[in-house]
Design a protein around this ligand. Structure first.
Ligand SMILES: *Cc1c(COP(=O)(O)O)cnc(C)c1O
Length: 367
């Protein structure tokens, strides 16, 4: 059965190669492969299985960690937001999920919920991101409070997150790294700092454990450097079918709002993908789409299930032809820039009704 639904092809060989690229950038670091948000939209369990060579997996939420354990993952798992409820603390302890501890609420929960078990804890230090974490001056008191609560949660590391590592000429990241090193002095604990941008751009951000996400999926974290320049290969290629071809007169206004008006008699293709599939509604006229290997332009407004494309360079295009929205041959970064967003959002937003085809996925164990 061939369906006309869009399809996200997931290239697991590329995923493995991108993990090898992480190791080239940070050869002395262990790797938390970040698989939050359903593996950045690529499928949590399938991505986890293919990343069996990572030292650990990082997720945002306890629930995601539990899902990985259910899938048979036995390696270390780090929950980057930690827990806020006692039930989550109990689940983290039961499933041996390491948790980021970033707030006094969590310290109290760990003290009061000691009977629920003690997951390994990474203390999160706010060195400038001002999202999660303790101020550097609070960290001594956090250690004291945790040591005082019986049986005493095990603190196994210190982490921080960089705010500007993706910006060329960024100077704040070095200061953030220095702050974490100062807080960590004398504690003998492993440190984790760099995300994709940090670990590529800044040797000081490599630390004992790096936390790459976007680069594993083959997208560049930088607006000014391409994935290919960094030795990364796209993992997801999003495709859909040409479902109709219209031959329209000069003056025909296309789609909702009629924002594109045909300047001449011309063939216009309708591709069966829209914002209901995760294609960005804000992609403007001119956004490239690959049709039979050639770039054609999106025209007018993106609908829920369809887009219009300019077929003047492809008059022979026929219903059933395959269009690539991003991936091999058309970097997702380029589409994101056109739509005023970042590749992270496009990848995460691929909808459930898009078929997923996993190519070269690991057979068997999930390590
Ligand atoms: C998402 C996330 C990462 C991964 O970031 P990328 O930019 O995708 O490499 C690392 N650390 C934390 C705390 C995160 O939230």
């Amino acid at each position: 059965m061939t369906w006309s639904a869009p399809c996200a092809r997931i290239d697991h060989a590329a995923l493995r190669e991108n993990l090898a690229a992480v190791r080239r950038f940070a050869p002395a670091s262990r790797v938390w492969a970040v698989v939050k948000a359903n593996g950045y939209g690529h499928g949590l369990e399938a991505v986890a299985a293919t990343l069996a060579d990572a030292d650990g997996l990082a997720v945002a939420r306890v629930e995601e960690g539990v899902r990985l354990r259910r899938a048979g993952v036995t390696k270390p798992i780090l929950v980057l937001e930690g827990m806020i409820f006692a039930e989550e603390l109990a689940a983290a302890a039961r499933e041996d999920l390491a948790v980021a501890v970033h707030s006094w609420d969590q310290v109290r929960l760990l003290a009061e919920g000691a009977g629920l078990g003690a997951p390994p804890c990474w203390i999160k230090v706010d060195t400038g991101m001002h999202r999660l974490g303790f101020a550097p001056a609070e960290v001594d008191a956090v250690f004291e409070a945790l040591a005082a609560s019986a049986p005493g949660p095990r603190v196994v590391g210190l982490l921080t997150h960089l705010a500007n590592a993706d910006e060329p000429g960024d100077t704040t990241s070095a200061g953030q790294c220095a702050t974490l090193h100062a807080v960590a002095a004398g504690r003998g604990l492993p440190l984790s700092i760099g995300n994709s941008a940090g670990l590529i751009a800044l040797p000081a951000a490599r630390g004992d454990w790096v936390r790459p996400g976007i680069m594993l999926y083959g997208a560049s974290p930088f607006a000014t450097r391409t994935a290919a320049d960094l030795g990364l290969r796209p993992v997801m290629t999003l495709q859909a079918r040409l479902i109709a071809v219209q031959r329209l007169p000069r003056g025909a206004a296309l789609g909702y709002g009629g924002t594109y008006v045909c300047p001449e008699h011309m063939p216009v293709g309708i591709v069966g993908i829209g914002y209901g599939d995760g294609y960005p509604r804000h992609a403007p006229t001119g956004t490239p789409v690959l049709l039979n290997g050639v770039r054609v332009a999106l025209l007018g407004r993106v609908s829920m299930d369809m887009i219009h494309v300019d077929l003047r360079s492809q008059p022979q295009a026929a219903v059933g032809d395959v269009a690539t929205l991003w991936g091999v041959g058309l970097p997702v970064e380029e589409i994101a820039a056109r739509a005023g967003t970042i590749p992270y959002e496009l990848l995460c937003h691929v909808a459930q009704r898009v078929h997923m085809e996993h190519e070269g996925a690991a057979a068997g164990g999930t390590g």
